[in-house]
Design a binder for this molecule. Structure first.
Ligand code: PLP
Length: 349
């Protein structure tokens, strides 16, 4: 139902040969070392065996992020712990404060739970900045303050100093949920430092974006063990068994490859900046982004524009109700972005 509401396009089979810049995916597969490790694990798929790679992944992430291993929990993607955090820390007395536009599952879960929901709009006059003071004012007794940084769909960053301010001023018993799905594209400091300092912060990560593993399903939550444990309280099933051994092996072989992470970031940035130059030449407004997606303001309804792009074989992203004239565009390969620019010239003509 939610997928239909958001206009998520059909399966890749239906989109064969099309330029897919709608879902913030990486345009090729996982890193080569990841593909090799994952493929080797497929042949051992008869075994449950998740624990060794799970422990190794925790150790690797712990070293990279400076967070103890018992503060890290892997998941089949980060969408699951995102929704669980809302279920766990929100209640009829303690609602959710989120941004608008932002990644929707936080507020969709709050709506489903029927808990108080406040959305703080990102405003052009404020440079689309996350206003953490407005977030606190919107509900001084919330259970969760959700910040996606870089934000999906704007690609804008919330500086760590602002997150620190919110953590220092928020009510006791609440958490600040920092969704860092796109942080590798920005290369900026992580809120993991606040987790390491024992604050009421949960950080989410995913392997679905820069690591090219969206279909393999692997994500992480980082937080104090007492917070992470609360998120598990309704699980009768051992959490390790939710994880695919193939995804664990692929993720483990990829996460330590710092040089390839930078290479992927640089390649994406070059493609994004090339596209921005084209938009500027055509006088089309966009929001400067530090991630692999950006918002374009068509100054007319975005839905027909999306359909016009689809007719050109270019599948662009959805729009958010708060900004009906804007579309989200994912940064794809150089060739994808050249196709986007070419289709754009036809669509705006
Ligand atoms: N968080 C953000 C901000 C996202 O954009 C996405 C996916 O697009 C997710 C979380 C969930 O990703 P996954 O469940 O694939 O890790």
């Amino acid at each position: 139902r939610v997928s239909q509401a958001r206009g998520v396009v059909a399966s890749a089979g239906d989109n064969a040969g099309k330029v897919l810049i709608d879902s913030n995916e990486w345009w090729t597969g996982p890193m080569e070392a990841g593909v090799r490790a994952g493929a080797a694990m497929v042949a051992q798929g008869n075994r449950y065996w998740p624990n060794r790679n799970r422990q190794d992944l925790l150790k690797a992430v712990s070293e990279i992020e400076g967070v103890p291993t018992d503060h890290i929990m892997p998941w089949p993607g980060s969408g699951d712990p995102l929704c669980r955090a809302i279920v766990t820390f929100c209640s009829p007395q303690r609602g959710l404060v989120t941004l608008d536009p932002t990644y929707e599952p936080s507020w969709e879960t709050a709506e489903w739970l029927k808990v108080p929901l406040a959305k703080v709009a990102l405003r052009p006059e404020n440079n689309w900045k996350t206003d953490v003071r407005a977030m606190l004012a919107a509900n001084p007794n919330a259970g969760v303050y959700y910040i996606c940084s870089p934000n999906n769909p704007t690609g804008t960053l919330t500086p760590i100093a602002d997150i620190e301010w919110l953590v220092a001023n928020k009510p006791a018993g609440s958490i600040v949920l920092v969704d860092e799905a796109y942080i590798h594209f920005a290369g900026t400091p992580s809120a993991a430092s606040l987790v390491a300092a024992g604050k009421d912060v949960i950080v989410l990560r995913t392997f679905s974006k820069l690591f090219g593993m969206a279909g393999l399903r692997l994500g992480l939550s980082m937080g104090r063990p007492d917070l992470l444990e609360k998120m598990m309280r309704y699980d009768g099933f051992s959490q390790s068994f939710m994880l695919s051994t193939v995804a664990l092996a692929t993720g483990l072989a990829s996460v330590t490859r710092a040089q390839e992470i930078v290479q992927r970031r640089n390649e994406m940035t070059a493609n994004r900046e090339m596209t921005f130059a084209h938009l500027r030449q055509r006088g089309i407004s966009y929001i400067p982004s530090v991630a692999n997606m950006f918002i374009v303001d068509w100054k007319r309804p975005a839905k027909p524009v999306r359909e016009a792009f689809a007719k050109q074989g270019v599948i662009i992203g959805r729009n958010w109700p708060i900004w009906p004239n804007c579309s989200r565009i994912t940064v794809g390969s150089e060739s994808d972005m050249r196709s986007f620019c070419k289709a754009l010239d036809t669509v705006i003509a």
